[in-house]
Design a binder for this molecule. Structure first.
Ligand code: HEC
Ligand code: HEC
Ligand code: HEC
Length: 193
């Protein structure tokens, strides 16, 4: 038999958590729950928005400044029509909950890399560049260039408006042969040499 009939602190707390509340009505508890849920959801959305801008992704870390500069000069940033593709459009999934999971994983890896100074000089960046690009290519290959297709939705009508020489090629893509990244590498950054 234990000398403390109430059990340890953890046991007591657990018992209290499990027993029905005598002090608060179900309605109060429900409202508190809804408020916490709302604040949590809104807070997550704010974090996703704040950490999802090109300014945040391109300038917060030393390691990203070189790709960010190239992106600004590419046709996905500076073009005739002003429709832009930002870092997030090409590098983060659009669907929930994958978006949160991916951001948490990639963000943690990037922060640790930044703190360790893995790519704090252009030389170090250049040395790692090929490996990183290969990682992105493999990802695109694995998901059938999902990010590209989010904006570029091919159909017979769309292809008919494209340059004549590319129409037979893209018709094959429409029929399921090949994926965007097979042929279009280096569309936002200088491809690694
Ligand atoms: C956020 C939307 C968006 C995403 C995502 C996107 N694009 Fe684009 N892309 C555009 C727009 C808009 C243009 C047209 C720019 C212009 O006005 O010239 C364009 C132009 C292009 C062009 C022709 C311009 C050139 O540089 O010759 C190619 C090729 C292209 N995209 C390929 C891709 C590929 C491959 C991907 C995926 C890695 C991708 N795009 C992702 C919006 C997007
Ligand atoms: C088998 C190779 C191949 C694949 C796969 C491919 N393309 Fe292309 N694409 C080309 C070539 C070649 C051109 C013409 C190159 C140029 O204009 O500089 C082109 C041109 C383009 C253009 C410009 C069209 C125009 O009329 O100006 C866009 C946009 C584009 N591709 C997007 C995509 C997207 C998005 C995908 C995936 C859904 C894709 N391509 C898949 C080979 C390919
Ligand atoms: C239109 C789509 C697109 C946009 C916009 C884009 N990227 Fe990329 N990014 C790619 C692709 C595709 C690769 C794979 C290498 C290649 O083909 O250039 C890549 C590669 C990278 C790499 C690996 C190193 C390298 O040079 O290959 C980093 C880091 C990167 N991007 C960061 C960013 C950041 C930061 C932004 C915003 C400032 C951004 N990207 C915007 C499509 C994009």
């Amino acid at each position: 038999m234990s000398s403390d009939p109430q059990g340890g602190l953890i046991k007591r707390t657990w018992r209290r958590l499990r027993s029905p509340s005598a002090r608060f009505s179900v309605l109060t508890l429900l409202i508190v729950g809804v408020v916490i849920g709302f604040v949590g959801t809104a807070g997550t959305q704010v974090m996703v928005a704040v950490t999802g801008t090109d300014k945040f992704c391109g300038t917060s870390c030393h390691s990203m400044q070189w790709v960010a500069k190239e992106h600004l000069a590419s046709s996905h940033s500076a073009n005739r029509t002003g429709v832009r593709a930002g870092c997030h459009d090409c590098h983060i999934p659009h669907e929930y909950p994958q978006l949160l999971w991916y951001k948490a994983k990639a963000g943690t890896k990037d922060i640790i890399g930044e703190m360790r100074g893995v790519m704090d000089t252009e030389e170090k960046f250049k040395a790692k560049r090929k490996e990183m690009a290969e990682h992105v290519w493999a990802e695109y290959k694995g998901n059938d260039s999902r990010a590209c297709r989010h904006c570029h939705q091919f159909s017979k009508e769309v292809i008919a408006k494209q340059k004549e020489m590319v129409q037979p090629i893209h018709t094959m893509v429409l029929q399921g042969q090949g994926t965007c990244i097979d042929c279009h590498q280096g569309i936002a950054h200088t491809p690694p040499s």
